[in-house]
Design a protein around this ligand. Structure first.
Ligand code: EPZ
Length: 427
């Protein structure tokens, strides 16, 4: 398995282009199942998770071609679900990426049936999908869990309903939003997730002919239509990649410009980091990140559904706080087990005490490079942030996690003077 080797302590200086949002691209790709016409997606990130979703859709019968590279090398995907040849999403594909469950709503809406493997848990928690299932049942589908699969049927089509989510769920909101676009009548999603990726999906669905009100709010009203048509849609920038590189720049004390992204996607993150002494300003060139003082100040962080501080940036901000002046209390409210980066950061000299859902970080002057182990996508990249700031060499193992969510990470950082390289297996 590949490793990443970093010799830290070098301030990042330069420009980092931000790619399309992974967590927008995945539901948008699944939305191709809702129409027989071609859905063209632009600004698609080249990531392992995107390839996994592509493989899944192809086995459903979606014709998928990589369109001409855009003028600046952007990635274009053309997806045509003219004939869905299978409504089964098999375990061996779904287990590789839990977002595969996002084909459930579109398949039931378009074909009247779906057999989707239960995704199973992952490192950060059991990741149930009860809200997806209950929502589909509210829309009139008969759903059974059998042999590790969700078996859903709606032979007479779905019917609009009112669905009040007891908890905010990004995936359940996306699955049911997509299903409702083809349901008979009106659907109301109450306590819907409001992540920008959901807004992007809703805007694309609207362009495909869906009738959706309340986009961007926690109440989405959808009036079903008989069919949707194809469209071309550009995917929003990846706010988690943006936030990750903001923290990498802040951790190393350098000045970095992030292009192809927007400040309003990371408003809460920028406000939080302002308190820590990180200046994030929007210029004509993009987002300019620099540390205001010699040392960062510890700030408290609590993860929340959008527009709160994103859970997908919790590990990264913790890495940053390990070298701040003073203490930082970091509370994870979304997932049950999202502190696996803590023991690895501790190996680098961080002083962190975990009490239930909160971690108390006491800043140290500097981290020391060490061999560390990645356990999930965002924990992996928090070790990269720490390694960039640490004195000495850090070797990060199991970097396949990184490839799921960060395109050309080493190249982007190396172009900003980081001493980082990928070591092929066995090196
Ligand atoms: C999406 O996951 C993202 N993935 C995650 O990003 C992100 O961390 C998460 O939203 C929260 O923002 C994609 O968009 C592909 P949820 P999702 O349903 O939809 C519980 C990354 O690193 N829940 O909002 O699975 C669940 O257990 C990934 O890019 C239920 O109880 O998240 C969790 O505690 C990691 N029942 C909470 O809700 C359900 O039916 C939030 O989960 C569904 C969820």
């Amino acid at each position: 398995m590949d490793k990443i080797c970093i010799r830290g302590g070098v301030p990042l200086e330069g420009v980092i282009p931000i790619g399309g949002a992974k967590n927008a691209a995945l539901p948008l790709m699944a939305a191709s199942l809702l129409t027989a016409e071609t859905l063209t997606l632009r600004n698609v990130p080249a990531l392992a998770d995107i390839a996994s979703m592509a493989n899944l859709l192809v086995q459903h019968g979606v014709e998928l071609t990589r369109g001409a590279e855009g003028e600046d090398g952007e990635h274009i995907l053309e997806l045509s679900a003219g004939h869905i040849t299978s409504s089964t999403a098999p375990y061996d594909l779904v287990r590789k990426m839990r977002a595969s469950v996002l084909v459930l709503g579109p398949l039931v809406a378009r074909c009247g049936r779906a057999r989707v493997s239960l995704p199973g848990g992952c490192a950060i928690g059991p990741r149930p999908i009860d809200l997806h299932v209950k929502g589909l049942q509210r829309l009139g589908a008969e759903v059974e869990l059998r042999g590790g699969y969700i078996e859903a049927r709606a032979p007479r089509g779905l019917r609009g309903a009112e669905i009040a989510f007891p908890a905010v769920s990004v995936g359940a909101t996306e699955n049911l939003l997509m299903a409702a676009t083809l349901a008979e009548g009106e659907t109301l999603l109450i306590n819907a997730a409001r992540e920008p990726e959901i807004t992007d999906l809703a805007e694309c669905l609207t362009a495909m002919g869906a009738r959706i009100d309340g986009i961007g709010s926690d109440r989405l009203r959808i009036v079903g239509v008989p069919l949707l048509h194809g469209v071309a849609h550009s995917i929003i920038p990846d706010r988690i990649e943006t936030g990750t590189y903001i923290m990498a720049a802040a951790a190393t004390g350098g000045e970095v410009t992030l292009t192809n992204t927007r400040l309003n996607l990371v408003a809460t993150v920028a406000r939080t980091l302002e308190g820590a002494g990180v200046e994030v300003s929007e210029t004509a060139d993009g987002l300019v990140v620099r540390r205001r003082a010699e040392r960062l100040e510890g700030v408290d962080v609590m993860t929340e559904p959008y527009p709160g501080f994103p859970t997908d940036l919790q590990a990264q901000v913790m890495a940053l706080m390990t070298i701040a002046n003073g203490a930082s209390m970091i509370t994870e409210t979304i997932f049950e087990n999202r502190f696996m980066h803590v023991p690895e950061l501790a190996r680098m000299g961080a002083n962190i005490n975990v009490h239930g859902a909160s971690a108390l970080v006491r800043g140290v002057p500097q981290l020391t490079g060490a061999p560390v182990m990645a356990t999930d996508l965002r924990a992996s990249v928090s070790l990269v942030v720490a390694g960039l700031a640490a004195a000495g060499q850090t070797v990060i193992n199991r970097v396949y996690h990184l490839d799921r969510g960060y395109e050309r990470l080493e190249a982007k950082l190396a172009r900003c003077k980081a001493r980082i390289e990928r070591l092929q297996d066995g090196a």
